[in-house]
Design a protein. Structure first.
Length: 360
């Protein structure tokens, strides 16, 4: 079965920590063993051999840079102070994805159309040794779009998904900086809709999620996040999805990407608590909850958020690399999920959304 991962912070890691994701996660961990990187971002969960081993065929690959006001230490050098800086840094990350494709066309392919998607999936047929990882650029936090009309340039260079917020932006309130969608946010959504860009409601507050779901006429997703009803004692309750938001998203045909991050499984968890409390069964709890809430397995997928400020130390005890996302299928089978529904959760729901939403 294909895995489609709705959220991985690849470019930020390559820029901030110079991680070489052509290597395996084990190789990268060995290289970084005597560095400060694991202290700041944990031991990596990603690497090309691991993507291949886990049949991770498509990734929503983020463009992400934090604002300087949210910097957590001097080590954090890739950050912005204004929208012009954000635009420059985000463009560098989009260019990085293009270079990944240019330098390794047998390994990576940017997906901007249904045709690109079909070509990537075809590369996984049979014993083909050149299996491509499809990368779909997703802008996390929209400050890099200096005005809505500049979005045409981003679209021409392959941007296909946008989340208005990470923390607060000029377009919407977000995690740690709650607030509604601004008028600029509505203007941006208008241009997004005209271009067919997919809207990601992750990191919006509940009010922002519901505003977006009511207003935006195009495809809406939640690339990474978990149901708030299962997360107790969170210091960022606005980061998780209420039952109301999940219901409205399902009514719109959207998909929620469940995250295998211990703080999204128990809100007051910290790294010093260790990993033993959680397993992939805990992740399956969140998937099953969304299925029961919506009455269907059609509205949930995976959105790991791997290497996005979390590493091996921050994930369930029976997970070692991104390849182990496949094991979630076994946990769902033990709960009575049939093979069609397991396939839907691991990747087909995301693929259905892409096949409906990408241009020809």
């Amino acid at each position: 079965m294909f895995v489609v991962d709705g959220h991985e912070d690849i470019a930020w890691n390559m820029k901030q920590f110079e991680r070489d994701y052509l290597k395996s996660a084990a190789e990268i961990r060995a290289i970084e063993a005597d560095t400060e990187t694991p202290k700041h971002n944990g031991n990596t969960l990603l690497g090309y051999p691991d993507w291949i081993r886990g049949s991770v065929a498509v990734i929503f690959a983020t463009l992400f840079v934090p604002p300087a006001r949210r910097r957590t230490g001097g080590w954090e050098t890739v950050c912005y102070s204004n929208q012009e800086e954000a635009a420059r840094l985000y463009w560098e990350q989009l260019d990085l994805y293009h270079r990944m494709e240019d330098k390794n066309p047998d390994k990576f392919r940017l997906i901007g159309s249904k045709r690109n998607l079909a070509e990537v999936l075809a590369s996984w047929d049979g014993e083909n040794p050149d299996k491509q990882i499809g990368l779909i650029p997703l802008m996390e936090g929209a400050d890099a779009v200096t005005c809505p009309q500049r979005l045409y340039d981003w679209y021409e260079h392959g941007l296909r998904m946008i989340g208005l917020a990470w923390t607060g932006t000029v377009y919407a309130g977000g995690t740690h900086e709650p607030g509604p969608i601004s008028q600029a946010g509505y203007d941006l959504m208008d241009v997004m809709a005209s271009l067919g860009i997919i809207l990601d409601i992750s990191h919006l507050t509940e009010r922002g999620c519901l505003q977006a779901l009511e207003y935006f006429p195009g495809t809406v997703i939640a690339s990474h996040g978990n149901p708030a009803s299962l997360i107790k004692n969170s210091d960022t309750p606005e980061r998780h999805f209420s039952d109301d938001t999940i219901h409205h998203l399902a009514e719109r045909g959207g998909v929620v990407g469940v995250t295998a991050y211990n703080r999204f499984l128990r809100g007051d968890w910290k790294r010093s608590d260790g990993r033993d409390e959680f397993s992939l069964d805990t992740v399956a709890d969140h998937i099953d909850y969304i299925c029961q809430l919506t009455g269907s397995a059609a509205y949930v997928g995976l959105g790991s958020d791997f290497d996005g400020g979390l590493g091996l130390e921050d994930t369930p005890s029976d997970l070692d690399t991104v390849a182990d996302l496949q094991l979630i299928g076994n946990r769902l089978a033990a709960r009575g999920f049939n093979s069609k529904n397991i396939e839907a959760v691991l990747g087909q729901n995301w693929l259905n959304m892409l096949e409906q939403s990408l241009p020809e």
